[in-house]
Write a protein that binds this ligand. Structure first.
Ligand code: GDP
Length: 368
């Protein structure tokens, strides 16, 4: 990082090493008279926001700063990975500011999902996580589903105040903001302004609103529990669902195991014979085996029958760590952050969910 050069568009320190991080500029662009970061470059020339990630520290500073403003906060989460894309500090940082919670990527869920039930589920879950959102909405930024309704709600809820859009990386924040930019068009020159966040080196990208107010797009924060950080880009493409998930149902007896490629393993240790419904990308191979054979199978077949990870990437792939669960109610989801979930139908079921070291596993009331 070369702290001497700052972006003429947004004021962040320019760096040439890491594309995904704030201030990135290709070295060739350093020759230009006016140097701007790639994020501002895209916005200026293509009217497109590119999401970049911040360090945890910088992100905390931004959240702190937002807390001291009088504004509407729009928090976007990935409905396919609700907990994995949640921002843990949000209840504290939002303070008295209203939060509009938007669940994105609703197009991935099976059509049978009842949207109002899902919204209720989001409300309840937020409450458990300490946040009472002013409103909860669902959308698909990519397909354009409900995007304009969300925009209208933002405009109504902000009551003349500024708006801050926050979310961790990969929730679809830039897809959403880019849609808004296209819909409401601001003129290009106007789009990039420098609004300094005191106490940080950061300037955020502003999108002017028609009453002279501003919508701020904040860079995202990496959520370290997500699977995305432990596999390569190709593998990420396989595990990220691109269209409506077709749930797969397995009738299992105790002492049976399911492998999700080589990425995760689900042991049904004991309990009544029952069905397990798997909600993962249609492209992930699910492999059923006996629990007693599972260890050996993983050792000999990782990167082969059990992939991703592939033969080349399995070396760097983290080891699987077991998480034991005793299920105490009917119909719960066992969630592998970023990969998907398995709905367990009966209470009294004993399970072990194996996930790559670092990837979060949790149990929640069934979403569907
Ligand atoms: P950001 O890091 O939060 O800015 O996220 P992006 O906008 O870059 O999106 C991350 C990934 O999610 C990309 O591969 C998008 O194509 C995808 N994505 C964004 N919105 C949606 C959506 O509504 N549905 C689906 N299925 N994918 C989406």
């Amino acid at each position: 990082k070369d702290d001497n050069i700052i972006c003429a568009g947004c004021g962040v320190a320019i760096q040439t090493e890491n594309k995904e991080e704030l201030g990135y500029t290709p070295s060739s662009a350093l020759e230009r008279d006016v140097i701007i970061c790639q994020r501002c470059f895209r916005l200026k020339h293509y009217n497109e926001i590119q999401d970049v990630s911040l360090t945890d520290d910088d992100f905390l500073k931004i959240l702190n700063e937002i807390g001291s403003k009088d504004a509407l906060i729009v928090m976007i989460v990935d409905i396919f990975d609700f907990n994995g894309s949640w921002l843990p500090g949000i209840p504290r940082f939002a303070g008295k500011n209203p939060v509009l919670l938007v669940g994105n990527k609703v197009d991935l869920l099976p059509k049978s999902v009842n949207e109002s039930r899902l919204i209720n589920w989001m409300k309840e879950t937020s409450k458990e996580l300490g946040l009472k959102p002013a409103d909860v909405m669902l959308m698909s930024a990519e397909k354009g589903h409900r995007v304009m309704e969300v925009a209208a709600q933002i405009d109504q809820s902000r009551e003349g105040k500024d708006v801050y859009i926050i979310g961790c990386t990969n929730v679809g924040k830039s897809t959403f903001v880019n849609r808004l930019i296209k819909e409401f068009g601001g003129d290009e020159e106007q789009l990039i302004t420098t609004s300094q966040f005191p106490g940080t080196t950061l300037n955020l990208i502003d999108i002017p609103l028609d009453d002279g107010r501003t919508m701020y797009d904040t860079p995202g924060i990496i959520n370290h529990h997500q699977m995305a950080h432990y596999i390569n880009k190709n593998e990420l493409r396989t595990i990220t669902p691109k269209k409506e998930i077709k749930p797969k149902v397995y009738q299992l007896n105790e002492e049976q195991t399911l492998f999700f490629g080589g990425l995760a393993r689900f042991d049904f240790v004991s309990g009544e014979r029952q069905s397990f419904v798997c909600y993962v990308s249609n492209e992930i191979n699910i492999h059923r085996t006996k629990l007693s054979r599972a260890d050996e199978l993983y050792q000999t077949q990782l990167g082969d029958i059990l992939q991703p990870p592939g033969d080349k990437t399995k070396e760097g792939f983290p080891r699987l760590v077991p998480h034991e669960f005793m299920i105490k109610e009917d119909k719960v989801d066992v969630v592998f952050s970023g990969l998907g979930w398995i709905t367990v139908s009966k209470k009294g079921t004993k399970l072990v969910a194996h996930a790559p070291e670092g990837v979060g596993v949790s149990v929640r009331k069934s979403l569907i």
